[in-house]
Design a protein around this ligand. Structure first.
Ligand SMILES: C[S@@+](CC[C@H](N)C(=O)[O-])C[C@H]1O[C@@H](n2cnc3c(N)ncnc32)[C@H](O)[C@@H]1O
Length: 263
């Protein structure tokens, strides 16, 4: 199947929606981190992890909470500023095990990191923004012998809910640059073509208020590149339809995570 996707040049687009991203994007289920440990052979507690495309820190914090020492790397100044702010504010408020997050502004295609020191290189929803060959060459360079490369993506699972399938069809019809599961040509990013990986799909369920779900929608690159008026109209239309089905304003969203690990 031929697979395209968002232009890599759009990678910095997230800086324009850093607040929405930080406030409304979902986290990852516990099961993902159990599977990551199992498939990579890397114990997260005490591991040195380079989290490439760390953004506002959703993945980096989850790794830290499991005891990892995380180098959170991203080219986006605004995205990293949210990560740093949360890191500082949580230093006294949250129990964090032995983990730590250090933010580094940089490019995952040319990692500013020494050879051979990392146990894991992770790409949480981010590998598709990088150069498929250069990113993997760099990840291999910074990994120790026996280290692993892991990439994962949260996707909605519309096959499990008609309302979600209808929502995604409306999105595909109204947003010219939409790229997602409602398109027949959509697929998960093809990291399996760039290195040998073991793959796993993990199901989970997200409970979320309609307004937060729509704020999450605003943080997707295909929405950011839409003219403001058209984006506002689309969000208003989706809000009305969702509230018609869920008048109480809370959604139960079937989700799944695709996890690929190369050793
Ligand atoms: C969809 S966000 C993922 C953020 C975070 N890992 C998470 O789990 O939510 C993708 C991130 O990849 C970053 N990115 C884009 N191009 C990149 C590059 N060349 N090197 C590293 N990160 C990049 C973007 O700035 C953005 O923060």
């Amino acid at each position: 199947m031929s697979v395209t996707g968002p232009s890599r040049a759009l990678g910095r687009v997230f800086d324009r929606v850093a607040d929405a991203y930080d406030a409304a994007r979902p986290g990852y289920p516990d099961e993902l981190f159990r599977a990551l440990g199992e498939m990579s052979g890397v114990e997260l507690t005490g591991a040195t992890v380079v989290d490439v495309g760390a953004g506002t820190g959703i993945s980096a914090r989850a790794l830290r909470e499991r005891g990892a020492r995380v180098v959170a790397l991203d080219p986006g100044r605004e995205m990293l500023a949210r990560l740093v702010a949360r890191n500082l504010s949580s230093s006294t408020a949250e129990p964090r095990g032995q983990g730590v997050v250090v933010a580094v502004q940089g490019d995952g295609n040319a990692l500013p990191i020494r050879d051979g020191g990392a146990d894991l290189v992770t790409y949480a929803q981010s590998w598709h923004w990088l150069d498929p060959a250069a990113s993997v060459t760099e990840a291999r360079r910074v990994l120790r012998d026996g280290g692993a490369i892991a990439a994962w993506w949260n996707t909605t699972d519309a096959g499990r809910a008609d309302w979600l399938a209808a929502y995604e069809v409306r999105l595909a019809e109204s947003c010219p640059t939409y790229w997602g599961p409602a398109l027949p040509e959509w697929n998960v990013p093809q990291i399996a073509a760039a290195l040998p990986v073991e793959e796993r799909w993990l199901r989970w369920t997200r409970l979320v208020a309609v307004d937060d779900f729509l704020l999450d929608l605003r943080s997707h690159s295909y929405m950011v590149t839409m003219p403001q008026e058209a984006a506002d109209e689309l969000v208003a239309m989706q809000r009305a339809e969702l509230l018609r089905v869920f008048p109480e304003g809370v959604l139960t969203v079937p989700m799944r995570v695709y996890l690929a690990v190369g050793r």
